[in-house]
Design a protein around this ligand. Structure first.
Ligand SMILES: Nc1ncnc2c1ncn2[C@@H]1O[C@H](COP(=O)(O)OP(=O)(O)OP(=O)(O)O)[C@@H](O)[C@H]1O
Length: 435
């Protein structure tokens, strides 16, 4: 029996773009065979295999071609070139509401969907209870689905897709509309599904989910597959694409064959090239804001994980070090070095400085460069955060800012569990019954 669930071989898709809808008809009726469209290549020569039991993340920017690829895999679209071989029964959650009749009730749509997948009414009778229970939308199952919120749609669609015993489940962003509890329930179900040896393809913009749940990932960019490998490496590479720091040679370096890798670039392995600085290895926010009178300048910084690898990705409950290099353009007495971390909504979550930490920085002379390191345990929950750095001081009891960098780079925290609230107190639990 083949170990491959899906084989995608040199798949291309060219869409026909018409300036006006009438031109489509004009082209169809043209006796001379005149073309009224422009070709738009949405996918070009995409090849990869999905093994049975894989949970493969497909990541890429808006318009990269991910949905087009999924539609080809599920047979909704036919490719312009290449081949797709499927080994097993597919159930897909593509566009929200696709395959649902808005006038039918939830229950009627469950039967309709079941029939479309190939189940008889009797077979669906035995599944309906599980589906309704999983969807958990109360009496709305008896209402026409046109009255549903997008979250209710997602619940019903996921409940159907997961309960029809597919071998391969394809999920395209559908989970992002559900509420957090429903998402958690779905991810749990996806894990059970994968643990039972089934295959999942997940398209999502949520990189945390890719790292947490997938065992492999593929990056699609501009209609091409540019890399395939461990989720952590692919997410790192994808972030570079997002901030315009992608270099094609890196994708080749990252192409690996198996398993999960390690985030970041090893200084030992690659060596910091002469003349390069830590920040060359960091993903810098192109929209960062900086200010200050520049009597001291932050000339370099880097985040180092517990293995001293420079990275934007830190694991929860592991140590990491934040290093800064600050060059002094004037003599300054008792400069203060600081960092803080904000969440993506801008709430300052944590941070410290050398005064709070009682570090005596003394007098720094003009021309000197100070290297300062903050080492701590990452206790924030999994997610994306933004880093702020600063060098300040006091003059006549007033705070002066020499150099501050706002939202300079992203810190991605990877977590394998999420506790309550902003941070994880790393509780150690003991449990015993009294005699
Ligand atoms: N039916 C269509 N006709 C013409 N162009 C299309 C059609 N469907 C998609 N496209 C184009 O093909 C490209 C790939 O679209 P696709 O929906 O596959 O991207 P995607 O990676 O899924 O994006 P997103 O993350 O925004 O969902 C886009 O430029 C899109 O505008």
């Amino acid at each position: 029996m083949s170990e491959i669930a899906i084989n995608i071989s040199s798949v291309s898709k060219v869409y026909k773009l018409y300036d006006k809808p009438t031109l489509r008809l004009k082209e169809a009726l043209s006796l001379s065979g005149r073309k009224y469209h422009k070709d738009f290549p949405a996918l070009h020569d995409v090849s990869f295999d999905v093994k049975k039991g894989d949970m493969l993340g497909i990541i890429g920017k808006n318009g990269a071609g991910k949905s087009t690829l999924l539609k080809i895999i599920t047979g909704v679209l036919s490719p312009s070139g290449g081949n797709v071989e499927i080994n097993g029964k597919i159930s897909a959650l593509l566009e929200l509401g696709a395959g649902f009749n808005p006038e039918y009730t939830g229950i009627e749509n469950i039967y309709l969907n079941g029939q479309m997948i190939g189940f008889t009414r009797e077979e669906m009778d035995s599944k309906i209870e599980d589906i309704v229970k999983f969807a958990d939308i109360g009496d709305f199952v008896y209402q026409p689905v046109k009255t549903y919120s997008s979250g209710m749609f997602a619940r019903l669609a996921f409940a159907v897709a997961i309960n029809v015993e597919p071998d391969i489940l394809i999920v395209d962003e559908a989970l992002s509309v559900g509420d957090v509890f429903f998402q958690a329930k779905c991810y749990k179900k996806l894990e059970d599904f994968r643990n039972s040896g089934k295959t999942i393809l997940l398209v999502t913009h949520d990189m945390g989910s890719v790292i947490k749940y997938c065992n492999r990932a593929v990056i699609i960019n501009g209609g091409e597959k540019i890399a395939e490998g461990s989720p952590v490496d692919m997410v790192d590479l994808y972030k570079k694409i997002l901030v315009g720091q992608y270099d094609a040679s890196e994708a080749e370096e990252n192409e690996d064959s198996e398993g999960a890798g390690k985030a970041g670039t090893s200084i030992d392995e690659f060596g910091l090239k002469e003349g390069s600085s830590w920040k060359d290895y960091m993903l810098i926010n192109p929209n960062n804001v900086e200010y200050g009178d520049r009597r001291a300048s932050i000339i370099d910084f880097g985040i180092f994980d517990d293995e001293d690898q420079i990275t934007n990705t830190v694991y929860k409950l592991r140590k990491f070090t934040l290093k800064l290099k600050v060059k002094f353009n004037e003599e300054i007495e008792n400069p203060i070095f600081a960092f803080s971390i904000k969440d993506i909504k801008g709430t300052e979550i944590s941070g410290t400085n050398t005064i709070i930490e009682k570090v005596d920085t003394g007098i720094v002379k003009k021309g000197e460069t100070i290297e300062i390191a903050f080492r701590q345990k990452m206790i924030l929950q999994g997610g994306q955060y933004l880093l702020q750095l600063g060098c300040t001081g006091f003059e006549n009891d007033a705070l002066v800012v020499f150099h501050r960098l706002y939202d300079i780079c992203c810190i991605s925290v990877i977590a394998d569990k999420t506790t309550v609230g902003y941070c994880d107190m790393d509780s150690k639990v003991t449990y015993r019954k009294e005699d």
